[in-house]
Design a protein around this ligand. Structure first.
Ligand code: ADP
Ligand code: MG
Length: 252
């Protein structure tokens, strides 16, 4: 077991007494982008939510190890402290709290109490990341999510990921309603940030975002299980032929 890998083993999950995940095996390592694809209802978002610690989702069997810890034994904030990041963790709207202040607080909550980041140093980091992601400087002074467009919420999410510098990022793309600009923002964030220090699990129903992000591994979720693994060419085949052939192959 390596400290660089989130290792999900034989994961079974129930929601309201209904089995949703039926033995998921999946690994995400620093330095790689793993795309998790699959038809609607196959359990992709359930996987993201249970890794995040969403209370509605009950782990009935299996583990997920990171740095020697079974993360299901940790509280959500302890998982974040360990270096996991789940997109969509931003709060709805926080009137009176600027993006800059929110991100500084979030960053400090990940650090030890006696190791709070120097405000000047934080501003430098923030501006660096905003430049890297091509986000307007003025954005830092706006109130979190207040009146944000869909694209701006995505920017917020990606900026949060950049500032928190997680080791494993789990990103669940909303399957519909993401316009091309928002897709590009997410793609840019993933491409800029994935590297020796970070690995990414990108959950997506559509092949579209993979025009902008090249995954190292493509996994297909079917009926609550990872039914197939391959390289980028697998995503192309899914785009051309849909998911039926994977189902047939899995049944054979
Ligand atoms: P995907 O993200 O692949 O489209 P989901 O994980 O959202 O799939 O859903 C998988 C299955 O679990 C679906 O049948 C869905 O209806 C069910 N499900 C997910 N979350 C809940 C919930 N909170 N309550 C009841 N059923 C749920
Ligand atoms: Mg989903």
């Amino acid at each position: 077991m390596s400290d660089n890998t989130l290792e999900i083993k034989n994961l079974h999950v129930e929601v309201e007494d209904e089995k949703i995940l039926n033995g998921v095996d999946l690994e995400i390592s620093k330095g790689e982008i793993v795309a998790l694809m699959g038809p609607n209802g196959s359990g992709k978002s359930t996987l993201a939510k249970v890794l995040m610690g969403h209370p509605a989702y009950e782990v009935t069997e299996g583990e997920a190890y990171f740095k020697g810890e079974n993360i299901f034994e940790l509280e959500p904030d302890e998982r974040a402290h360990l270096g996991l990041f789940l997109a969509f963790q931003y709060p709805k709207e926080i009137t009176g709290v600027s993006v800059s202040n929110f991100l500084r607080t979030a960053l400090n909550s990940r650090r030890d109490d006696d190791d709070e980041i120097d405000p000047v140093e934080f501003q430098e980091t923030l501006h660096e990341q905003m430049e890297l992601l091509d986000i307007d400087k003025e954005f830092a002074n706006r109130y979190v999510n207040e009146g944000f467009s869909g694209g701006e919420k995505k920017r917020m999410e990606v900026l949060q990921m950049a500032v928190l510098a997680p080791e494993i990022a789990l990103i669940d793309e909303v399957d519909s309603g993401l316009d091309i600009d928002a897709l590009k923002i997410v793609a840019r964030g993933i491409n800029e940030l994935t590297g020796d220090d970070m690995g990414t699990l990108l959950i997506t129903h559509y092949q579209r975002i993979l025009d902008y992000v090249e995954p190292d591994t493509v996994c297909v979720m079917l009926d609550g299980k990872v039914a197939k693994k391959g390289g980028p060419e697998l995503a192309e085949r899914l785009e051309d032929e849909g998911y039926d052939w994977v189902r047939e192959e899995a049944a054979a």
